[in-house]
Design a protein around this ligand. Structure first.
Ligand SMILES: [Mn+2]
Length: 324
């Protein structure tokens, strides 16, 4: 038995309204299956739970967007990036969809899809928050990976490893059809980015994290301080007067809890630690949007339903579900 959240939301003018965008996009990486996640999460009852148990008014077009008509026939690699035009076109459209929900003061929940879609979601909320409140927002990125590779640094060329580089302007591209649509209004200040759960960070990314003093809590920090202290430090870094966009890659969780994901890495967060992060971020009253990405129901037949259940639990926790 659950009940609606009692936390006052500081930056949402319609705190009980939920804009939902279901994004069945897999083009930021090479494995099939992640495009099926939004439907799997919805069929598992996620939106019904948010409506019936947590009293949200759901604004969803009842569509999983695959954006087939945006995918170009020809999409050769550019600066080592794979499918750059497809990812650019899809995230540009998604950015607009998210922006339209966020500018009305609704919470925006995006169900991915691979993590490249965050180029669309974060840019959309960042723009809306700048317009609506005249503020810069913060991003909490829960992930095994930093997703901070510039195209030239990326070992794989998969754009799901690059979203944070484009969103912070560490990577730039002038071509309109390859992320040239990203304007200053869409971007995130490096000082307002916080990572939790990192444990598989590429060498070039480590250098960027150090050079720019980006706040990052790895699994080493979770082991040393405990998740309670880590979340406290993460939120202290952001400050209490800043809207927060939570981008949660399910591979932040240990494969024991979320095995069905494209790039699992052992030694991750427990489901309770993941839920705890979401609960605490909700409790700030500053959360304005959440992405749940990289659930891949096709990858591990035995673990798919477990991973979907874990994903539902994370979203419910971020939207105010409590244990008591
Ligand atoms: Mn990721």
């Amino acid at each position: 038995m659950t009940q609606p959240s009692t936390i006052t939301q500081r930056f949402l003018s319609k705190p009980n309204q939920l804009g939902v965008v279901a994004v069945g996009f897999n083009g930021g990486q090479c494995k099939l299956g992640v495009e099926a996640a939004p439907m799997a999460l919805i069929e598992a009852g996620l939106l019904t739970q948010l409506k019936d148990d947590l009293d949200y008014e759901i604004h969803h077009d009842d569509t999983v967007h695959f954006y087939e008509n945006l995918i170009p026939a020809e999409d050769p690699d550019h600066r080592g990036m794979k499918k750059p035009r497809a990812v650019s076109a899809v995230t540009e459209r998604l950015s607009q969809q998210v922006y339209e929900h966020a500018r009305e003061g609704k919470f925006v929940l995006t169900l991915g899809g691979d993590h490249s879609i965050a180029i669309g979601t974060v840019s959309g909320t960042a723009k809306a928050i700048r317009e609506r409140l005249g503020r810069e927002m913060a991003v909490i990125w829960v992930d095994a990976h930093a997703d901070l590779n510039t195209p030239e640094m990326s070992p794989s060329g998969n754009i799901h490893g690059m979203p944070m580089a484009f969103l912070t302007r560490l990577a730039r591209e002038d071509r309109r059809d390859i992320f040239g649509w990203l304007q200053d209004e869409h971007t995130i200040n490096l000082r307002k980015l916080v990572y939790i759960g990192l444990r598989d960070v590429d060498r070039g990314e480590k250098q960027l994290l150090r050079e720019h003093g980006i706040k990052a809590f790895s699994m080493h920090d979770v082991d040393r301080y405990g998740i309670g202290k880590v979340v406290e430090m993460a939120l202290a870094h952001i400050g209490n007067d800043t809207p927060i966009h939570l981008s949660f890659d399910v591979d932040g969780l240990d494969p024991q809890w979320a095995p069905s994901t494209g790039t699992p890495v052992r030694g991750g967060l427990t489901l309770r630690e993941g839920d705890f992060i979401c609960e605490c971020v909700h409790e700030t009253g500053n959360l304005i949007a959440m992405d749940l990405v990289e659930v891949n129901p096709s990858l591990e037949s035995l673990g798919a339903s477990e991973t979907i259940r874990a994903g539902c639990s994370l979203v419910r926790s971020a939207l105010g579900d409590t244990l008591l």
